[in-house]
Design a binder for this molecule. Structure first.
Ligand SMILES: [Zn+2]
Length: 613
């Protein structure tokens, strides 16, 4: 049912292909990748490669995001150029004479008999304007190609882009069939799903005489093959939510990742600052790419996958679950807010149980939770005891998909770091460190790094009470489902029965009186939410703000993690951003009375509110 709407575009696709074949016949428009003289006669054997129609990309509501559009390159075969009227030719093409001379020189250097580009990426109207007159100039021909065209200004980091294959790609066995000048997915989903989107090339062998006139198929066409069009990708991304998230974080640095916990489908993948994917296609894309690359805000940097931050207080949830599994604490355990151990965020009621500790994000409480989990008297030697305890802690934490690549369908994912005993042995020396060395881990600081995607996945795992599907972007390939690895549940090392104990505290964070995440609350719409704020110490400037949540609590449909760099306290900036995203997704709109929070997230001066809330 959901793919029915898409059929319209498939039909359009076929029309384009037919149009392309039609033009091909008229103007010799196939990729000519090899011309070989046959010794026996004056005929040459031409190998013509037919590039298949590249698969399209849709969002989860079947909105077309990426399509193909024909563009044309004007090529020259230097040997065939006779008495060129350069001035008239340049006037026709509206190019400077020096450009034409440089292109002709380069073409001659490359080959006198093989075609080289003179002007690339002409649009159909461009072509129509010159076609009549082009016949007056010998040695020139038009070659059609399909270029990517975007019907969205968003999602550039996930989509990636398509460009001319680079020499580095050509050396890889995976790209053995590609020819220089051919297009290939360079990054993002375009690269990860290259073979799916690409389809299969067709090849035809033709005999051509010295004057370029076709003399029939080679051996009756027995070696010819037909091209097979690429398959479409149906993304789990909600394009409307994606656009909303990119707008919210315009002018900020940071990330938002939203996942449907029931499926592992990624709903939104915001990397701020963002850029328009149209910048990296068509005429002048090379220059625009360089401008993005040199931009000090690093818009090309894929933050949700590649930026690793200490998770801050959100990580207290994972430590609590590990300690519960080890039976070193119970949900009813109380610990003093003892500031001699570590400073606390603010003055608050006695954390008599885990819910109050989470609600108040009490640092000393979670210091004592991790100490109980690590220091367990497994060895009379306190250094060895810490080694053993930390080793077990690390294994359990990694079972949440941390410290390893999750396996998302994108190649540039970072692992992050969950430090092992070996890590501290190298840093401090064997038996030269103990719990006091590693206590920062209790509050998600220190030598720990996780990505925005990993944090969203932790929240999806808590939403599911103990398991996750590997997050992924593609929910359907052609008419089929996702790749098989995205249909396998992953359980953590913590019993599924224990997750329920951390959720009441997370609800109090959002909706409890004085909870640190009150600005995310959607209780006025009857939407329950469980969340956790975090503030990430940043030695280079203002702290980073985080907030992670899922909703509704007893029927989770969305799990989300927000990082906003240099924005101080998570409750002030990241929490309202997450609240707006959840509202947009679950209600399909943001209430007029809450629009002011959009301006606050996008333009507010967070530095004035670093310690409010
Ligand atoms: Zn405290």
């Amino acid at each position: 049912m959901q793919y029915l709407e898409g059929r319209k575009y498939v039909v359009q696709g076929i029309f384009l292909l037919v149009a392309l074949i039609f033009l091909t016949r008229l103007f010799f428009m196939q990729v000519l990748d090899g011309t070989y003289k046959l010794a026996a006669d004056k005929n040459t054997l031409q190998r013509l490669v037919q590039i298949p129609y590249r698969g399209l990309i849709y969002d989860r509501k079947n909105q077309l995001l990426v399509q193909n559009t024909p563009v044309y390159d004007l090529l020259v075969v230097p040997r065939e150029v006779k008495q060129l009227d350069s001035a008239r030719f340049c006037e026709l093409l509206q190019i400077p004479l020096e450009d034409l001379r440089a292109s002709l020189l380069a073409a001659k250097k490359y080959s006198r008999i093989k075609p080289s580009p003179i002007v690339q990426n002409l649009t159909t109207p461009d072509l129509a304007a010159i076609l009549d007159k082009l016949g007056d100039f010998s040695g020139f021909r038009i070659q059609a190609r399909m270029a990517r065209a975007y019907r969205t200004e968003n999602l550039a980091h996930a989509l990636g882009y398509v460009g001319a294959i680079t020499p580095a790609f050509l050396e890889k066995p995976k790209y053995a069939k590609y020819q220089p000048g051919e297009n290939v997915g360079i990054s993002g989903l375009e690269a990860y799903y290259e073979s799916t989107l690409m389809g299969r090339r067709g090849v035809q062998y033709k005999m051509v005489n010295v004057r370029g006139i076709e003399k029939g198929k080679f051996r009756g066409g027995e070696f010819d093959t037909l091209s097979v069009a690429g398959q479409d990708l149906h993304l789990s991304i909600d394009a409307e939510l994606q656009a909303y998230g990119e707008k919210l974080l315009a002018g900020r640095r940071g990330s938002i990742v939203a996942i449907d916990p029931r499926t592992g489908e990624i709903l939104a993948f915001v990397s701020a600052p963002h850029y328009d994917p149209n910048l990296l296609t068509g005429k002048g894309s090379g220059n625009r790419y360089m401008a993005l690359l040199n931009n000090p805000d690093r818009p090309l940097f894929d933050r949700p996958l590649m930026a690793t931050y200490p998770p801050g207080s959100v990580f207290k949830l994972v430590n609590e679950l590990v300690a519960l599994q080890l039976h070193v604490v119970t949900p009813g355990t109380g610990f003093e807010c003892n500031q001699k151990l570590v400073h606390c965020t603010h003055r608050h009621e006695y954390p008599a149980n885990v819910s109050l500790a989470i609600k108040n994000s009490c640092n000393p409480y979670f210091y004592q939770v991790l100490r109980a989990a690590v220091v367990r008297g497994q060895s009379p030697n306190k250094f060895e005891d810490a080694r053993l305890g930390l080793g077990q802690w690390q294994k359990m934490v990694k079972s949440f998909g941390l410290g390893e690549k999750l396996g998302v369908d994108m190649s540039q994912e970072k692992r992050g770091l969950i430090p092992s005993p070996d890590f501290y042995d190298k840093l401090r020396g064997y038996h030269h460190w103990n719990f006091k060395t590693v206590y920062s881990l209790s509050i998600g600081q220190g030598e720990i790094g996780i990505t925005g995607l990993q944090m969203a996945n932790v929240l999806a795992t808590i939403a599911n009470r103990g398991w996750y599907y590997t997050p992924h972007f593609v929910r359907g390939i052609g008419a089929g489902g996702p790749l098989p690895q995205y249909r396998e549940r992953h359980y953590t090392a913590v019993d599924t029965t224990l997750f329920k104990y951390i959720i009441p505290g997370m609800e109090m964070v959002v909706d409890g009186n004085g909870g640190t995440g009150n600005l995310a609350s959607l209780s006025q719409y009857g939407i329950t939410m469980a969340g956790k704020t975090g503030t990430v110490q940043n030695p280079h400037g203002y702290d980073h703000a985080t907030f992670a949540a899922f909703a509704p609590v007893n029927d989770p449909k969305i799990a989300i993690a927000v990082f906003i760099e240099n924005s101080g306290f998570g409750g002030t900036s990241a929490a309202p951003a997450a609240g707006l995203m959840i509202e947009k997704y679950l209600r399909g709109k943001v209430a007029p009375s809450r629009k002011r929070w959009e301006d606050w997230v996008t333009y507010g001066d967070f530095t004035k509110h670093l310690h409010s809330m």
